[in-house]
Design a protein around this ligand. Sequence first.
Ligand code: PHE
Length: 342
Amino acid sequence: MKQQLEKIRQEALDALGAVKSADELDALRVRFLGKKGELTGVLKMMGKLSAEERPVMGLVANNVRAAIEEQLEKTRASLKEKALEAKLRAEAVDVTIPGDPVRLGHRHPMNIALDEAKELFISMGFEILDGPEVELADYNFTRLNIAENHPSRDRSDTFYITDDEEVLLRTQTSPMQIRAMERIKNPPIRILAPGRVYRKDEVDATHSPMFHQIEGLVIDKGVTMADLKGTLETLIKAMYGEDSVIRFRPHHFPFTEPSCEVDVQCFKCRGAGCPTCKGEGWIELLGAGMVHPKVLAGCGIDPEIYSGFAFGIGLERMAMRRFQIGDLRMIFENDVRFLEQF
Ligand code: PHE
């Protein structure tokens, strides 16, 4: 019996020495120490021993059990440690590896020009207003005194959203004049409303079916054309330099009376005429005028008491002039080799 016990001890210790997983370890515990295990099996035969032999064998059996238990615990602890080590190794972060460089972007030339304009107008007490690109024909045309048969309403010029031609992609930011008067109601009104506008134009060096305008509107008592001139001169000189030469030229818009277009002398040829200004010597910048009394009255503002001016600037043209960009398409193509230059 003693031999049997020693054999169990040896086998158990050998087996435990080769254990590789917690499952294996558990199987060995059951095999040697479990209720139906090998050691238990031998102990069950103790009853057959004589009274002298029994305590001796009991002692040996206890030693064997203790030895196996001790080794079990050791093995369990070392398995646990190995598992932890493996986990730490797998999760390790090498803080010495060089990081991926973050490529910092920057503002688009259009945004630079827009931000400059906004800042200037905010400094003059204007409020920046945002409005819908999907607009009602009522706001885009009718309430701006644009007649039912006006060519700009034509399907060949305007993107209509609904067949009844009541809803469209706004062709100008001027509907924001109406929205501003509706929203603010009581003059003084001083707003700047930048945003996208849409027209059915083919893409070329100076045209795009989507472009940007900045609408300005000022309404108060005693506002005159001189205020319009002073405001636009301030803008143009801030954008293009103090020495810019500006020209106000009579024009017609249904929603302003009188109306004008404002040109700046060509920065390339200084008025002599060149390809940039198409031989004109001048570059057209914006449309403007005194708000038509009919438009004021239509928005509930008494034209006998109040007057105002409005203007609409093409933002692309402003950015192109500001950064000397020759082709409108570059602004929208987003080639980083172009964009990185600003
Ligand atoms: N909305 C006009 C255009 O797109 C410009 C404009 C705005 C003219 C405000 C007068 C007053 O051409």
